[in-house]
Design a protein around this ligand. Structure first.
Ligand SMILES: [Zn+2]
Length: 125
């Protein structure tokens, strides 16, 4: 069998079979672990966005900024695509409800104005 370079650590080795691309089990395992870590990353990224969304809405809420326009939402860097679209409670009929877990935003159909509400609190318009 012709010598080749290990795909993990570039050590030149003689493979036992023609599909072998790593020189040893340790390199095989290291490469596999790296692939698995890369697979997990999109989920991790998603969670980080969800967490930062929560933090930003939380900041606005604590600042008493309960009404945001689209510019403010963008300034706070809130990612509206990562929210659940829910049917709003009857008091918000005709509006849209974007759920972010602890908070939800009530917005108009054009996504121009947003009101922040916290779940589990009484809300009035
Ligand atoms: Zn190797």
């Amino acid at each position: 069998m012709e010598k080749r370079e290990c795909r993990w650590d570039q050590v030149v080795f003689t493979p036992d079979h023609k599909n072998q691309i790593y020189c040893c089990d340790a390199c095989y395992d290291a490469a596999k672990a790296k692939r698995q870590k890369q697979k997990r990353d999109p989920v991790k990224n998603l969670i980080l966005i969800l967490m930062s969304n929560h933090e930003r809405i939380d900041n606005a809420y604590k600042d008493g900024k309960l009404e945001l326009d689209l510019k403010a939402v963008e300034a706070y860097d809130i990612d509206l695509s990562l929210s659940r679209r829910l049917q709003p409670p009857s008091e918000f009929a005709g509006k849209r409800m974007l759920d972010f877990g602890m908070y939800f935003l009530i917005t108009d159909n054009n996504f121009q104005t947003f009101k922040i509400f916290k779940h589990g609190t009484e809300h009035t318009i």
